[in-house]
Write a protein of this length. Structure first.
Length: 359
């Protein structure tokens, strides 16, 4: 049994859950909102493990009782196969839940979409991808902010930066679902600019980072920053172009540039831009460390080139193909409308299998 074969893992979880329950019941903890939020988040993360473990123990007890009673009453023997199947399924679920996890799975994310080869068509496809993620987020009740966007002449996105946040303390947050989206996305379709009806291939890139709850979690030296302010452009309501409220932050040691013009004030835009910069620096540091250990996360965009594609969106055949796991489906229209669960479930399953095999 998973609860028996991995005693140290489940025992550690039981002890941690009991400790968190005690902490959360202490009024003193809530004097520190940050500590209370972290404890509540971790408590929520452990809830599915605790629930499955409790169900498994109950099913094991019922199975043992049925086997014992079957010796005296054959009617109990009929219950044994169903109970055995129930125990087996719960055992497998618990094993999966105890598998090594990505520590960022409950985190919110910053997602960037960038056009690449293909000019206007690539920019239009980048806007299709951004809309796909927004529609997917809406299905889960997640909150989406467009922090910055550069719009092409035909209304596509040359680049766009989105913040996607979940509803609260959850075990599996935005990162757990969207972390596999980083990479080059290739599209095959007849562009609106094509007069001869020929299918063209172009590409757009997606970059995604876990967003730290507080900038303080990532150390940023103010002397390493160049901060420029400029006038906001594009949609934003009355007064959007009347003040120099947009902010561009350049991190000089790495060359990372972050802009934000979504908020009304310069201070708000700077605060959001700092959060995005912290997320990018955190992701870069973790990827460097993991690369050195030969255990990097899913590769993301190096250059937005068709040859580095992770996925192809074929419009003539209404087909989507994820090249990393060989996933294919003929419901491209639904996927672009936010129906990503089947694809993301397959990517998650492949990732869990890899983590289990690496134990």
């Amino acid at each position: 049994m998973a609860g028996m074969s991995q005693p140290s893992a489940i025992d550690d979880i039981l002890a941690e859950h009991a400790g968190l329950e005690q902490q959360l019941a202490d009024p003193a903890l809530h004097n520190d909102p940050s500590a209370a939020r972290k404890a509540g988040k971790r408590f929520a993360e452990l809830a599915p493990v605790m629930s499955t473990y409790t169900k498994l123990k109950a099913a094991q007890d019922d199975l043992a009782a049925a086997r014992e009673l079957a010796d005296d009453d054959s009617s109990f023997a009929a219950e044994i196969p169903d109970l055995e199947q129930q125990v087996e399924e719960l055992d497998q679920t618990l094993t999966d839940l105890l598998a090594p996890r990505d520590p960022h799975d409950a985190d919110d994310v910053v997602l960037e979409v960038k056009s690449g080869e293909g000019g206007e068509e690539s920019a239009l496809f980048a806007s299709d991808l951004a809309r796909m993620y927004v529609r997917y987020a809406e299905r889960y009740g997640w909150r989406v902010e467009i922090l910055d966007a550069t719009v092409s002449d035909l209304g596509g996105y040359k680049d766009a930066t989105l913040s996607i946040k979940s509803k609260g303390d959850v075990r599996d947050g935005v990162w757990s679902r969207l972390k596999f989206e980083g990479g080059v996305h290739r599209v095959q379709r007849v562009p609106v600019t094509e007069s001869q009806g020929r299918v063209h291939t172009s590409a757009a890139g997606v970059l995604i980072y876990p967003e730290p709850e507080e900038v303080g979690e990532v150390q940023i030296d103010e002397s390493d920053l160049r901060i420029d302010v400029y006038r906001s452009s594009g949609k934003g309501g009355q007064g959007v172009n009347t003040t120099d409220s947009a902010v561009r932050i350049t991190h000089l040691p790495t060359g990372i540039v972050v802009t934000c013009q979504n908020e009304r004030s310069q201070l708000q835009n700077k605060a959001r831009a700092m959060q995005v910069l912290a997320a990018r620096l955190q992701a870069a540091a973790e990827e460097e460390a993991e690369a050195e250990a030969s255990a990097g996360r899913q590769s993301q965009v190096r250059t937005v080139d068709r040859s580095e594609r992770i996925r192809t969106y074929n419009f003539p055949e209404n087909r989507i193909t994820d090249h990393r796991i060989g996933f294919k489906a003929h419901n491209l229209d639904a996927v672009l409308d936010g129906e990503l669960d089947a694809l993301l479930d397959a990517l998650g399953k492949s990732d869990r299998e890899t983590r289990l095999a690496a134990e």
